[in-house]
Design a protein around this ligand. Structure first.
Ligand code: ADP
Ligand code: MG
Length: 468
């Protein structure tokens, strides 16, 4: 019966999907209307339940009629963490399945919220949902001197994924300069030009979460296998992997597999490879195999173009001199440029006021002030090191000199106070320390504030500078 089911399933889903998800299944027993099958892991069961319920149901109903029932047995994982071999040839009735999931056919997936958000149910194929945001396209990624190399390399990769020298393509640059946008645009373009390709966009942070989850659930192999199915892998913000050696390790293997098989890898980072700390050398060297393209701050002309594009998109008209005023005064990054023009549009429509330079001045002033509240670790390092007349390298160094240690601890304290960064991230940015060091720094600062008047004065000075 099971073999006939398999044949039916095979005819209805892709070859690769079949090999992955159905070949490892063992049929154990057929009792009345129930077919007992054994799957290698819980992940497997969940995956089947979520994605192949329909085809399983059809196959079974065809073979066993409408009362057909499917019972999954999950190979047990014992407490020591090793998979227990499940090889004894006892008659199946004597087996004690430790985990049995009953699946009545007809069936509804119990949890409509997919456990693995990257895979959508598909009868014909394992479909990996690309997670791409189609609002981010090449069309609305305006070209300028600052992004020309990255943009053109991205276009080339989109035309021939895996078939250019740009593998991996690493796009790096500061916050809000368009890395994520460009990464999506490449993926969207690939989906458009090569619909057969499996594309996946994922942030390094989510990648890490998935990985640690898989370790916890002992499904690390499934995790790796999943990534090997991908033709174009886009990992955003890989600097996040700093110091995460387990995740770096698994990423290294996935990277190698994909690269060796001519698959395209696209990475983004807020730093150039040379400046990435706490990333293993073997990974860094691979990042350099392809092309590293920097996105820089947009020049005035590009900023004007970006603003005009937003106005055009939103169907808003604004005098040229106002647009230029905004472009001249918001130089930090594109995200803030967008924020500024959007709040200007909002102001003018709330108050039904014409957009004039005066209104723009008003709004931009307020806007720039608000933006300032989002202080970056880099900015904190700069303020603190300037204050103590140190350079940032010294601040981050291993020096145990008292004034340097205190400066460093202050920087960590303020980074915790003013940014949303994790302790681990703060530690890694301020001189490759771990999260415990940052925690210790924060406690020390708290103590010194109560005991050391001079320290407290410094603290307040810096705090004032940071909140200006
Ligand atoms: P990053 O990932 O580098 O921090 P994002 O890709 O999130 O930056 O970009 C921030 C915002 O700026 C996004 O809304 C993006 O659409 C916009 N943006 C960045 N660069 C451009 C560009 N060249 N043209 C149009 N919009 C851009
Ligand atoms: Mg980004």
């Amino acid at each position: 019966v099971w073999n006939r089911c398999l044949q039916f399933i095979k005819d209805n889903i892709g070859d690769q999907a079949f090999r992955t998800w159905f070949e490892p299944i063992e049929a154990i027993e057929l009792a009345e209307n129930a077919l007992y099958i054994q799957v290698p892991s819980k992940f497997f069961y969940e995956f089947l339940e979520e994605h192949y319920v329909k085809v399983l149901k059809s196959a079974l109903t065809k073979e066993l009629g409408s009362k057909a029932k499917l019972v999954y047995k999950v190979k047990m994982e014992n407490t020591s963490g090793k998979k227990q071999p499940f090889t004894e040839q006892l008659p199946s009735t004597q087996r004690e399945p430790v985990k049995t999931q009953e699946l009545d056919v007809p069936v509804q997936t119990k949890n409509p919220e997919l456990k693995n958000p990257f895979i959508i149910p598909g009868i014909r194929n394992v479909k990996i949902e690309s997670q791409l945001n189609s609002n981010y396209s090449f069309d609305n990624f305006l070209e300028g001197e600052s992004n020309r190399l990255a943009r053109n390399a991205g276009m080339a990769v989109a035309n021939k994924p895996g078939g250019t020298a740009f593998n991996p393509l690493l796009i790096y640059g500061g916050v809000g300069l368009g890395k994520t946008h460009l990464a999506h645009a490449i993926g969207v373009e690939i989906k458009d030009k090569h619909p057969e390709k499996t594309v996946l966009y994922i942030s390094a942070e989510v990648f890490m979460q998935q990985y640690t989850d898989s370790v916890r659930k002992q499904t690390r192999n499934d995790f790796i296998y999943f990534y090997q199915l991908i033709d174009v892998l886009i990992v955003d913000d890989i600097q996040f992997l700093a110091g995460k050696s387990g995740t770096q390790d698994v990423f290294f293997h996935i990277f190698n597999y994909l690269h060796q098989n001519g698959k395209q890898v696209i990475l983004t980072s807020d730093k150039a490879p040379v400046d990435m700390q706490d990333i293993e050398q073997r990974l860094l060297s691979r990042f350099k195999w392809g092309l590293s393209a920097e996105i820089m701050h947009p020049d005035f002309e590009t900023r004007v173009n970006i603003l005009k594009n937003i106005l055009y998109r939103d169907g808003v008209e604004m005098p040229n001199d106002v647009v230029e005023y905004v472009a001249k005064n918001v130089k930090t990054n594109v995200r803030e440029l967008e924020g500024a023009i959007i709040s200007l549009i909002a102001q003018s429509s709330f108050n039904k006021k014409e957009v004039t330079i005066d209104l723009a001045k008003n709004v931009i002033e307020k806007f720039v002030k608000n933006v300032r509240k989002e202080i970056s670790i880099d900015y904190i390092q700069k303020i603190v090191s300037d204050y103590f007349e140190l350079d940032i390298d010294t601040l981050c160094s291993k020096s145990r000199k008292r004034n340097i240690v205190q400066a460093r601890q202050l920087a960590m304290f303020f980074a915790k106070k003013y940014t949303k960064s994790s302790l681990a991230n703060i530690g890694s940015q301020i001189g490759s320390r771990d999260h415990a060091t940052v925690l210790h720094a924060c406690k020390t600062v708290d103590n010194l504030l109560e005991t050391d008047k001079e320290f407290k004065a410094h603290f307040e000075d810096i705090n004032k500078k940071l909140s200006m």
